[in-house]
Design a protein. Structure first.
Length: 72
């Protein structure tokens, strides 16, 4: 496979995000080729167990985005 040489340093932040979204949209069209790493299953299981035990709190998407912005 020949590596694509893109002038990323010349792109704006918005252009980079747009490029990333375009790439993801293309990659996600064939879900059969997308395989999560094995460790994802363990993380999800741990989180489900923590939630079931009342040790984890969930947020709706709007709350989650606000929390994420605080850490930026």
């Amino acid at each position: 496979m020949e590596r694509a040489n893109l002038p990323l340093s010349h792109l704006s932040f918005a252009q980079k995000l747009d490029l990333m979204e375009t790439l993801w949209a293309d990659l996600s069209q064939d879900e059969g080729k997308l395989k999560s790493p094995e460790w994802h299953e363990a993380v999800l299981k741990d989180r489900q167990e923590a939630f079931a035990a009342g040790k984890a709190v969930i947020s709706d998407w709007e709350q989650a985005k606000k929390k994420i912005k605080v850490y930026r």
